[in-house]
Design a protein around this ligand. Structure first.
Ligand SMILES: [Zn+2]
Length: 244
């Protein structure tokens, strides 16, 4: 069985290089799961995927470039006539923060119009949750505490896809990547020290500790984009399809 990993949005919060915010679509027979849905995800999704074919969304952390697009996604799906359930999983405060975003952006719709489909939220943790046909677990990583940062481990059959979300280097990040067939890792910075984000240089220093078979970089910031020719790891652009 082949698992498809489509990088719909491969950019950082600032959309450096004109890239869309985080959105990664995982597909396999019976599986259609979006990892993160940043503020600019919906137009990036529509370039490659009918949003109606996405069954679930798993969110790494509560920063707008990772979950800010859900409010637009749900609104669009209501008016597109969706009737199938949409499941959204993420950190403990996901439901509360989604409601806050809904009321800030479309108070005339959310809470006043009955959604045409069931929208269910799940808190993801170490124990796997079935989401979009996959088994998804969330492990805490070190990023910005208020965003409740997690890395994701997505199991489909015998294939394991791991995703850093946003994270600085720590042993927690190694636990996310351990044994993965594909580790999707953020690369906001090339070699700049940052209390919230791992750099490409740090990742290379710790590469053997990760225990991942393959690594693809995403969430590329301006500094990393300026050093693309020096990268020894694969990197995504908006639209890149990786098969595992
Ligand atoms: Zn973040």
């Amino acid at each position: 069985m082949t698992v498809g990993v489509r990088f719909l949005g491969s950019g950082n919060a600032f959309s450096d290089g004109g890239r869309a915010n985080a959105a990664i679509h995982i597909t396999a027979p019976g599986v259609s799961l979006l990892l993160d849905c940043g503020g600019s995800a919906l137009p990036a999704i529509k370039k490659h995927v009918d949003p109606g074919n996405i069954d679930a969304i798993a969110v790494t952390h509560l920063h707008g470039d990772h979950f800010g697009g859900i409010t637009f996604f749900v609104l669009e799906q209501h008016f597109a006539g969706r009737t199938r359930e949409l499941a959204v999983g993420g950190p403990p405060s996901l439901e509360q923060r989604l409601h806050a975003a809904e009321q800030a952006l479309y108070p005339d719709f959310y809470g006043r119009v009955e959604l045409g489909f069931p929208l269910r939220t799940h808190v993801l943790g170490v124990a796997p949750t079935t989401l979009g046909g996959a088994q998804v677990s969330a492990l805490e990583v070190r990023h910005v505490r208020l965003s409740e940062p997690h890395g994701l481990r997505v199991s489909i059959g015998g294939t394991l896809i791991a995703y850093s979300g946003d994270a600085r280097w720590s042993e927690h990040l190694a636990a996310v990547a351990k044994g993965a067939d594909l580790f999707i890792c953020e690369a906001s910075n090339f070699d700049r020290d940052d209390p919230a984000h791992i750099s490409y240089r740090q990742l290379m220093q710790h590469r053997d500790e990760l225990g991942a078979k393959r690594i693809v970089l995403t969430h590329l910031g301006a500094q990393t984009l300026a050093h693309l020719a020096e990268l020894e790891l694969e990197h995504a652009t908006d639209g890149t399809l990786v098969e595992v």
